[in-house]
Design a protein around this ligand. Structure first.
Ligand code: ZN
Ligand code: ZN
Ligand code: ZN
Ligand code: ZN
Length: 166
C-alpha cells in the first residue's frame, strides 16, 4: 500500500520531502512546532527540546502561572508517533491568559487539525481550554472574540459617521 502511494508521487515532491530535516539534528523532520514553525523530529518536537522555544520557555517561566491562583503551568507539546502530535498551551483560548488544569480550566475540549507535509498527513491535537470568565462565551471565541465583534461594530459606526460628516 505504502509502496503504491510512493509510485504516484511526482519526483519533485519526493525530493522536497526527503531533504527536509529537523532543525536541531539530522533526523527526518516529522512535525512543525506551532509556535516557531520550525520543522522538527519526534525527539525535538517538545518545546524544551529545541532552541528558540526552550529559551522562550525559560524567559517566560515566571509569567507562566495561572492568572487566578498563581500555580505554575507548563505549556507543552509532544509527539506520540511520527504523525500524531499533541499541543497543550495551558492558556484560555478566550482571553489568552494561562490557567491551571485542576481548578481553573472551566471548559476543556480538543481540536484536531490535519495538515499535509510531504508524503504524510499530520494530526495535531490541540487542547482547548476556557477559564471561568470565558467559558460562557466559548462558542464565540471568548472575550477576545467579543472584543473583535465590538471593534467591527465601532469601525462601521465610525465609517458611517465620517461619511455623513466630512
Ligand atoms: Zn531532531
Ligand atoms: Zn518551537
Ligand atoms: Zn488556577
Ligand atoms: Zn479566559
Amino acid at each position: 500500500m505504502h509502496f503504491m502511494e510512493k509510485q504516484t508521487i511526482p519526483d519533485r515532491l519526493h525530493t522536497f520531502h526527503v531533504t527536509r530535516r529537523c532543525h536541531e539534528c539530522s533526523e527526518e523532520a516529522l512535525g512543525r512546532c506551532p509556535d516557531c514553525r520550525l520543522s522538527l523530529c519526534q525527539e525535538h518536537f517538545p518545546k524544551q527540546q529545541h532552541s528558540p522555544c526552550a529559551e522562550k520557555q525559560m524567559r517566560l517561566a515566571q509569567l507562566q502561572v495561572c492568572y487566578v491562583c498563581g500555580t505554575q503551568v507548563y505549556p507543552d507539546q509532544w509527539s506520540l508517533s511520527k504523525t500524531s502530535h499533541y499541543v497543550d498551551q495551558f492558556s484560555c483560548k478566550g482571553c489568552g491568559r494561562y490557567i491551571c488544569d485542576e481548578l481553573h480550566t472551566q471548559h476543556k475540549s480538543e481540536e484536531v487539525i490535519i495538515t499535509r507535509e510531504g508524503l504524510r498527513g499530520h494530526r495535531y491535537q490541540y487542547t482547548i481550554r476556557y477559564c471561568d470568565l470565558c467559558a460562557p462565551f466559548h462558542h464565540v471565541g471568548g472575550l477576545t472574540g467579543l472584543t473583535r465583534v465590538a471593534m467591527i461594530i465601532v469601525t462601521i459606526v465610525a465609517a458611517i459617521f465620517f461619511y455623513f460628516h466630512p
